[in-house]
Design a protein around this ligand. Structure first.
Ligand SMILES: Cc1cc2nc3c(=O)[nH]c(=O)nc-3n(C[C@H](O)[C@H](O)[C@H](O)COP(=O)(O)O)c2cc1C
Length: 189
Protein backbone atom coordinates (compact mmCIF):
# COMPACT_ATOMS: atom_id res chain seq x y z
CA UNK A 1 0.00 0.00 0.00
CA UNK A 2 1.23 3.51 -0.87
CA UNK A 3 2.19 5.54 2.21
CA UNK A 4 0.29 8.77 2.80
CA UNK A 5 0.40 11.79 5.10
CA UNK A 6 -0.76 15.41 4.94
CA UNK A 7 2.28 16.62 2.98
CA UNK A 8 2.06 13.81 0.45
CA UNK A 9 -1.68 14.43 0.05
CA UNK A 10 -1.08 18.17 -0.46
CA UNK A 11 1.46 17.37 -3.17
CA UNK A 12 -0.92 14.97 -4.89
CA UNK A 13 -4.10 17.01 -4.57
CA UNK A 14 -2.75 20.40 -5.69
CA UNK A 15 -4.15 21.32 -9.12
CA UNK A 16 -3.80 24.40 -11.30
CA UNK A 17 -6.91 26.54 -10.90
CA UNK A 18 -7.54 29.60 -13.04
CA UNK A 19 -10.99 30.76 -11.87
CA UNK A 20 -11.10 32.53 -8.53
CA UNK A 21 -13.69 34.12 -6.26
CA UNK A 22 -13.14 37.84 -5.72
CA UNK A 23 -12.94 37.37 -1.93
CA UNK A 24 -9.75 38.76 -0.37
CA UNK A 25 -7.24 36.40 1.22
CA UNK A 26 -6.55 36.80 4.94
CA UNK A 27 -3.20 38.43 5.78
CA UNK A 28 -2.18 35.43 7.86
CA UNK A 29 -2.55 33.17 4.84
CA UNK A 30 -0.51 35.51 2.63
CA UNK A 31 2.19 35.60 5.29
CA UNK A 32 2.18 31.80 5.55
CA UNK A 33 2.58 31.45 1.76
CA UNK A 34 5.53 33.86 1.78
CA UNK A 35 7.02 32.04 4.75
CA UNK A 36 6.87 28.81 2.73
CA UNK A 37 8.96 30.47 -0.01
CA UNK A 38 11.41 31.65 2.62
CA UNK A 39 12.16 28.08 3.65
CA UNK A 40 12.80 26.76 0.15
CA UNK A 41 16.24 25.28 -0.49
CA UNK A 42 18.72 27.32 -2.55
CA UNK A 43 22.30 27.03 -3.72
CA UNK A 44 24.54 27.42 -0.64
CA UNK A 45 21.54 29.10 0.97
CA UNK A 46 21.85 32.21 -1.23
CA UNK A 47 18.06 32.78 -1.16
CA UNK A 48 18.16 34.90 -4.33
CA UNK A 49 14.37 35.31 -4.57
CA UNK A 50 12.27 38.46 -4.43
CA UNK A 51 8.49 38.38 -4.43
CA UNK A 52 6.19 41.13 -5.69
CA UNK A 53 2.62 41.09 -4.35
CA UNK A 54 0.11 42.52 -6.79
CA UNK A 55 -3.41 43.44 -5.70
CA UNK A 56 -4.03 46.54 -7.80
CA UNK A 57 -6.65 45.98 -10.53
CA UNK A 58 -4.89 48.18 -13.09
CA UNK A 59 -1.53 46.42 -12.61
CA UNK A 60 -3.25 43.02 -12.95
CA UNK A 61 -4.90 44.13 -16.19
CA UNK A 62 -1.59 45.36 -17.60
CA UNK A 63 0.10 42.11 -16.60
CA UNK A 64 -2.70 40.06 -18.12
CA UNK A 65 -2.32 41.92 -21.41
CA UNK A 66 1.39 41.10 -21.58
CA UNK A 67 0.92 37.45 -20.58
CA UNK A 68 -1.96 37.11 -23.05
CA UNK A 69 0.55 36.88 -25.86
CA UNK A 70 1.94 33.58 -24.45
CA UNK A 71 2.10 30.67 -26.86
CA UNK A 72 -1.12 28.63 -27.11
CA UNK A 73 -4.44 30.45 -27.36
CA UNK A 74 -6.25 28.30 -24.77
CA UNK A 75 -3.45 28.49 -22.21
CA UNK A 76 -3.14 32.24 -22.80
CA UNK A 77 -6.85 32.63 -22.08
CA UNK A 78 -6.57 30.70 -18.80
CA UNK A 79 -3.54 32.67 -17.70
CA UNK A 80 -5.34 35.96 -18.39
CA UNK A 81 -8.42 34.88 -16.43
CA UNK A 82 -6.24 33.72 -13.53
CA UNK A 83 -4.30 37.00 -13.33
CA UNK A 84 -7.42 39.15 -13.66
CA UNK A 85 -9.59 37.19 -11.19
CA UNK A 86 -7.15 36.25 -8.43
CA UNK A 87 -7.24 38.58 -5.41
CA UNK A 88 -3.47 38.34 -5.21
CA UNK A 89 -0.84 37.72 -7.85
CA UNK A 90 2.70 36.87 -6.75
CA UNK A 91 5.64 37.50 -9.06
CA UNK A 92 8.72 35.47 -8.18
CA UNK A 93 12.05 36.84 -9.38
CA UNK A 94 15.64 35.80 -8.66
CA UNK A 95 18.82 37.87 -8.46
CA UNK A 96 21.34 36.30 -10.87
CA UNK A 97 24.19 38.09 -9.08
CA UNK A 98 23.29 36.48 -5.75
CA UNK A 99 23.28 32.99 -7.25
CA UNK A 100 24.78 32.93 -10.75
CA UNK A 101 24.73 29.11 -10.87
CA UNK A 102 21.37 27.85 -9.66
CA UNK A 103 19.10 30.88 -9.29
CA UNK A 104 16.53 29.38 -11.64
CA UNK A 105 16.11 26.20 -9.60
CA UNK A 106 16.04 28.30 -6.41
CA UNK A 107 13.14 30.36 -7.79
CA UNK A 108 11.32 27.24 -8.90
CA UNK A 109 11.70 25.66 -5.44
CA UNK A 110 10.28 28.83 -3.86
CA UNK A 111 7.37 28.86 -6.32
CA UNK A 112 6.51 25.22 -5.68
CA UNK A 113 6.61 25.79 -1.91
CA UNK A 114 4.17 28.68 -2.38
CA UNK A 115 1.82 26.64 -4.56
CA UNK A 116 1.80 23.79 -2.04
CA UNK A 117 1.40 26.13 0.94
CA UNK A 118 -1.56 27.81 -0.81
CA UNK A 119 -3.24 24.46 -1.38
CA UNK A 120 -2.61 23.35 2.20
CA UNK A 121 -4.42 26.53 3.37
CA UNK A 122 -7.51 25.82 1.27
CA UNK A 123 -6.47 28.20 -1.52
CA UNK A 124 -5.73 27.55 -5.16
CA UNK A 125 -3.00 28.77 -7.48
CA UNK A 126 -2.09 28.83 -11.16
CA UNK A 127 1.61 28.65 -12.00
CA UNK A 128 2.43 30.71 -15.07
CA UNK A 129 5.96 30.27 -16.39
CA UNK A 130 7.44 33.42 -17.84
CA UNK A 131 11.17 32.67 -17.56
CA UNK A 132 12.45 33.01 -21.10
CA UNK A 133 15.22 30.51 -21.75
CA UNK A 134 16.13 32.14 -25.08
CA UNK A 135 16.75 35.50 -23.38
CA UNK A 136 15.37 37.23 -26.49
CA UNK A 137 14.67 40.94 -26.42
CA UNK A 138 11.00 41.82 -26.44
CA UNK A 139 10.13 38.57 -24.63
CA UNK A 140 7.21 38.40 -22.23
CA UNK A 141 9.70 38.17 -19.37
CA UNK A 142 11.35 41.38 -20.53
CA UNK A 143 8.01 43.15 -20.90
CA UNK A 144 7.05 42.10 -17.35
CA UNK A 145 10.37 43.43 -16.03
CA UNK A 146 9.67 46.76 -17.67
CA UNK A 147 6.10 46.90 -16.38
CA UNK A 148 7.06 46.12 -12.77
CA UNK A 149 10.42 47.97 -12.57
CA UNK A 150 12.33 44.71 -12.06
CA UNK A 151 16.10 45.38 -12.20
CA UNK A 152 18.14 44.04 -15.13
CA UNK A 153 20.10 41.45 -13.11
CA UNK A 154 16.86 39.75 -12.03
CA UNK A 155 15.11 36.94 -13.89
CA UNK A 156 11.36 36.46 -13.65
CA UNK A 157 10.67 32.85 -12.74
CA UNK A 158 6.93 32.69 -12.35
CA UNK A 159 3.62 34.40 -11.88
CA UNK A 160 1.46 32.78 -9.24
CA UNK A 161 -2.13 33.99 -8.97
CA UNK A 162 -3.64 32.77 -5.67
CA UNK A 163 -7.19 32.83 -4.35
CA UNK A 164 -10.25 30.83 -3.46
CA UNK A 165 -11.12 28.40 -6.25
CA UNK A 166 -14.23 29.14 -8.26
CA UNK A 167 -14.12 25.98 -10.36
CA UNK A 168 -13.81 22.26 -9.80
CA UNK A 169 -10.25 21.01 -10.09
CA UNK A 170 -9.57 18.84 -13.09
CA UNK A 171 -7.51 15.79 -12.25
CA UNK A 172 -4.67 15.64 -14.77
CA UNK A 173 -3.10 12.38 -15.75
CA UNK A 174 0.41 11.56 -14.75
CA UNK A 175 2.81 9.08 -16.31
CA UNK A 176 3.18 5.78 -14.53
CA UNK A 177 6.38 5.73 -12.46
CA UNK A 178 7.55 2.73 -14.49
CA UNK A 179 7.76 5.06 -17.50
CA UNK A 180 10.45 7.25 -15.98
CA UNK A 181 12.23 5.17 -13.35
CA UNK A 182 15.46 3.39 -14.23
CA UNK A 183 17.80 1.36 -12.10
CA UNK A 184 21.50 2.10 -11.81
CA UNK A 185 21.86 3.41 -15.39
CA UNK A 186 19.66 5.55 -17.59
CA UNK A 187 17.30 3.39 -19.61
CA UNK A 188 17.73 0.27 -17.45
CA UNK A 189 14.28 -0.88 -16.30
C1 LIG B 1 7.10 26.00 -15.09
C2 LIG B 1 5.62 25.97 -15.33
C3 LIG B 1 5.07 26.84 -16.24
C4 LIG B 1 3.70 26.85 -16.50
N1 LIG B 1 3.20 27.76 -17.39
C5 LIG B 1 1.90 27.72 -17.70
C6 LIG B 1 1.39 28.60 -18.68
O1 LIG B 1 2.12 29.44 -19.25
N2 LIG B 1 0.06 28.53 -19.01
C7 LIG B 1 -0.75 27.63 -18.40
O2 LIG B 1 -1.93 27.58 -18.74
N3 LIG B 1 -0.30 26.78 -17.44
C8 LIG B 1 1.01 26.80 -17.07
N4 LIG B 1 1.49 25.96 -16.11
C9 LIG B 1 0.55 25.03 -15.42
C10 LIG B 1 0.62 23.65 -16.06
O3 LIG B 1 -0.10 23.64 -17.28
C11 LIG B 1 0.05 22.59 -15.08
O4 LIG B 1 0.84 22.57 -13.93
C12 LIG B 1 0.03 21.19 -15.71
O5 LIG B 1 -0.87 21.11 -16.77
C13 LIG B 1 -0.33 20.11 -14.69
O6 LIG B 1 -1.60 20.38 -14.13
P1 LIG B 1 -1.80 20.53 -12.54
O7 LIG B 1 -0.92 21.70 -12.10
O8 LIG B 1 -3.26 20.83 -12.35
O9 LIG B 1 -1.38 19.26 -11.91
C14 LIG B 1 2.84 25.93 -15.83
C15 LIG B 1 3.40 25.05 -14.88
C16 LIG B 1 4.76 25.07 -14.64
C17 LIG B 1 5.36 24.14 -13.60
Amino acid sequence: MMLSNSILRTIQDRRSIYKFKSKEIEHEKIDAIIEAARWAPSWINTQPWHIILIKNRETKNQLSKVVGTLVGIKAAHYTRVAIEEAPIVFIITVDTKKDPYHCIEDGVAATQNMALASHSLGLASYWIGVFDISGETGSIEEQIKKLLNIPGEHRVISILPVGIADMKSVKKDRKETSEFIYHEKFGKK
